[in-house]
Design a protein around this ligand. Structure first.
Ligand code: HDE
Length: 688
């Protein structure tokens, strides 16, 4: 590297050199001449304190970590844009929704809840779906989940819930798992969690990707118009890619094969230009509806079925840019439920009220300064002016002479004033009542909606729920916890309880006492099923093609183009990463060696070896697993003309069903892709 001091004469030129040539500097901007060797006395002598560069570098490294989020520690974010479908000023004064086509910049962070930052993506868990809208009227944070209900009704129980699900304090495990005694001990003693437990045991808790899951505001909020008309709202995000989940046995294996499965999926989709989008909508209702509804709309353990109250679409969000730096953006982003804009307001939901305290409070221990709002990812995109001053890491050059209000100064010295001439679009709620700690009677029915959820599932989804309860309770060492949970499940549905008890090989206990007799007659809701809300296309999905030396170039080419036409992708899995030579003599590079590319990473698979290659693959354990796992996970399997040897070696020849699609040419490839639109061959599982 040229020495700026000898090649350039004056300071300006040196400065220019640093900028032009990316010359390494210290934090203070002084040029670093050697980043390999610390400054030492003698060739083999001690390092000198005088080495400012080394001390600064190590000091900075020593302090790189900040506390991870107490919940939702593992997350992944992206930038995007929200566009309003229309002028929605008939229901809200919120500026971002006030004009057809109005665009608002957004940042979204998806997350798991229980696991630490370094845990894996496919834990059975709720997913966070937090969105920051940088509106012209300040930031609006819609901090939602991928399930519309929650475990508890009152924020005061949140620390208990989270303590119970996190690693047990006397042993430090299990990581990122609810399948252990303390969680089930707590929830079995908190019947209000039952509805959420049904969601948590459903495949909603193991989404195929962040792109294929819904989002919900969970709590009830309010919309207020410019005229002051207020109504309740519940927020919904609907993925334009359709809903999709994986199966549990697959999730467990994905965690081993690619712990970053979800974040990689989002990153790769956005980087390749396959931009995911969600429609934002609201269920909007007035006091009269709220009063007549079967459940309390302030109770976050309940939904309002979409069949009862349809979702009104408001606009669409598209994620279009991955982050530049994960720490600066995804880690430092601070979502806070109390960040609303005029036209959006809170309800008295006791969970929401507690959240409005917690989110601001927690940022202090995480980000370490009251000035975290100045970080680029958190800073509003509209003007900000107030008299909040100083604090650690203050970066704003807050101008003027007066730093208090009222003040008698004028002009530049005066500072901002509250806009007292303007009527805020907030809900002027009338409140009266006796100060008491109690749980309203209207919150007391804990089982009826759990029953409704259960009955709204397809047969295969019900089976997965039974399996999940049996798996999780099977991990509880304390038998009374299992029994207590079974007693609660009897209030949900006797068949559910019986099937779980049978899988646990346990006696069915008496139903636990229920404060309100559970209703089993609520109408079912198709919106609650994932399978009934799948996509109509295979777009955005991936087929893994297992190939070998001498595989057919024509067939692989035909499958690739059929998939590309659908908006899906083909990934090549070969015995080794160097790829294979096809029958055409052409070299086909592999995306994965078979040992690192198990079929759990793909939505469907194709077995396209040559006849000799099928025998070679049949000798490889991972290649046999590739086939048997695809079968076990109900995937569609394209079978090339020469793949029989591999099916035999994998021991699946006698289990070939309609989910296996023979593919010999371009027509076969196209009809395989059409078949894949159903995503999974669930009939295989239902038949047992
Ligand atoms: Fe959160 N939650 N939460 N939560 N939550 C946090 O805030 C809290 C709840 C949700 O990607 C924390 O910045 C309380 C429901 C998401 O950065 C903390 C209660 C829903 C995220 C907190 C709840 C959520 C958080 C931890 C019970 C769905 C991640 C770090 C009253 C609507 C946001 C942070 C991100 C994060 C508190 C319940 C969603 C501690 C007290 C219900 C998506 O403030």
């Amino acid at each position: 590297m040229a020495d700026p001091h000898t090649t350039r004469g004056n300071a300006d030129e040196i400065h220019q050199d640093v900028r032009d040539d990316d010359v390494m500097t210290t934090q203070q901007g002084s040029v670093v001449y050697d980043d390999q060797n610390s400054l030492r006395a003698g060739d083999r002598g001690p390092t000198l304190m005088q080495d400012a560069h080394m001390r600064e570098k190590i000091m900075h490294f020593d302090h790189e970590r900040i506390p991870e989020r107490v919940v939702h520690a593992r997350g992944y974010g992206a930038h995007g844009v929200f566009e309003s479908y229309d002028d929605h000023s008939d229901i809200t004064a919120a500026h971002l929704l006030g004009e057809k086509g109005r665009q608002t910049e957004v940042f979204v962070r998806f997350s798991t809840v229980a696991g630490n930052k370094g845990s894996f993506d496919l834990a059975r868990d709720v997913r966070g779906f937090a969105t920051k809208f940088y509106t012209e009227e300040g930031n609006w944070d819609l901090v939602g989940n991928n399930m519309p209900v929650f475990f508890i009704q009152d924020a005061i129980k949140f620390p208990d819930l989270i303590h119970s699900v996190k690693e047990e304090q006397d042993r430090g495990f299990p990581q990122a798992a609810s399948a252990h005694d303390t969680f089930w001990d707590f929830v079995s003693l908190m019947p209000e969690s039952t509805n959420m437990l049904l969601w948590h045991m459903s495949d909603r808790a193991i989404p195929r990707s962040f792109r294929f899951m819904e989002g919900f505001g969970v709590n009830t909020f309010r919309f207020v118009t410019a005229e002051g008309k207020a109504q309740f709202v519940k927020f919904h995000w609907k993925p334009q890619q359709g809903l999709q989940s994986v199966v549990w046995n697959e999730a467990v294996k994905i965690n081993g094969a690619d712990a970053d499965f979800h974040r990689r999926d989002l990153y790769e989709a956005i980087e390749s230009g396959d931009l995911p989008s969600w429609e934002l909508g609201v269920q909007i209702f007035d006091d009269e509806f709220a009063d007549s509804f079967d459940f309390d709309v302030l109770d976050a353990t309940k939904i309002i079925p979409e069949e009862v109250l349809p979702v009104r679409p408001l606009g669409r969000m598209t994620l279009n840019r991955t982050v530049e730096n994960v720490f600066s953006e995804t880690e430092q982003v601070a979502f806070m439920t109390q960040n609303v804009v005029p036209g959006i307001d809170f309800s008295d939901d006791p969970l929401l009220q507690g959240r409005n305290f917690s989110y601001l409070d927690t940022q202090l221990s995480r980000l370490g300064s009251t000035n975290h709002t100045q970080l680029p990812v958190n800073a509003p995109r509209c003007p900000v002016a107030h008299f909040q001053r100083d604090g650690a890491m203050q970066t704003s050059l807050q101008p003027g002479r007066a730093n208090y209000e009222p003040n008698g100064f004028s002009g530049d010295e005066r500072g901002p004033r509250a806009l007292t001439t303007f009527e805020p679009k907030a809900y002027p709620e009338q409140v009266e009542g006796t100060m008491r700690r109690l749980r309203a009677e209207s919150f007391a029915d804990h089982y009826s909606q759990a029953n409704q959820f259960w009955r709204s599932q397809s047969e295969v989804e019900q089976q997965h729920i039974v399996d999940a309860f049996a798996f999780e309770l099977g991990k509880c060492e304390i038998a009374e916890i299992r029994t207590r949970m079974l007693a609660n499940l009897r209030n949900v549905d006797d068949t559910l309880a019986e099937r779980v008890a049978e899988q646990l090989a346990m006696e069915l206990p008496e139903a636990s006492p229920a404060k309100v007799k559970p209703r089993h007659d609520l109408p079912t809701s198709d919106a609650l099923s994932i399978v009934r809300n799948g996509p109509k296309t295979f777009a955005g999905r991936t087929v893994g093609a297992l190939v070998s030396e001498g595989a057919s170039a024509e067939l692989i080419g035909a499958l690739r183009s059929a998939l590309e036409k659908e908006g899906a992708t083909l990934q090549v899995v070969a015995p080794a990463i160097g790829g294979v030579t096809l029958d055409s003599g052409e070299k086909l590079p592999a995306d994965h060696a078979v040992a690192g590319g198990p079929s759990v990473l793909f939505d469907a698979v194709a077995l396209l070896p040559s006849a000799q290659g099928a025998t070679v693959l049949g000798e490889i354990a991972e290649a046999r697993d590739f086939v048997t796992d695809a079968l076990a996970h109900d995937k569609f399997i394209a079978v090339g003309p020469d793949a029989q040897g591999l099916l035999d070696a994998a021991g699946v020849s006698s289990r070939v069903d309609e989910g296996f699609v023979a593919v010999a040419d371009a027509d076969g490839a196209s009809s395989f892709v059409e078949t894949c639109r159903a995503l999974r061959f669930w009939e295989r599982e239902v038949r047992g």
